[in-house]
Design a protein around this ligand. Structure first.
Ligand SMILES: [Zn+2]
Length: 108
């Protein structure tokens, strides 16, 4: 306990490498228009991959790529029904933050 910086506060102390990595990756996830559109679509219900592609007019390979990125960060999850994967959002914090960001962008 003697080797701590005297001015180090609680919140700085608690931001370990792992936390910093996850937070910066999460901002990165939200820093891409396509991923924002996908997450925004998943606000209300689950979607099949081809349904996302059709709705957002994107290639299915693009959607799959972005969904993998979001899945790795545990921002989306899927359930399998036969050969179809249905994606839904998997994190209330990030969805709430996305909603706040959209509200922020829209208010005057
Ligand atoms: Zn605002």
């Amino acid at each position: 306990m003697e080797d701590k910086e005297p001015n180090e506060n609680e919140s700085n102390k608690n931001l370990d490498e792992e936390t910093l990595f996850v937070v910066s990756q999460t901002f990165k996830a939200l820093g891409d228009p396509t991923r924002i559109r996908i997450l925004h679509l998943l606000f209300n219900r689950e979607y099949a991959v081809n349904e996302i592609a059709e709705t957002l007019e994107l290639r299915q390979s693009t959607v799959s790529h972005q969904l993998r990125f979001l899945k790795n960060l545990r921002l989306v999850k899927y359930r399998r029904a036969g050969t179809t994967l249905f994606y839904s959002h998997d994190d209330e914090h990030v969805m709430l933050m996305l909603k706040q960001m959209i509200d922020h962008a829209c208010h005057s």
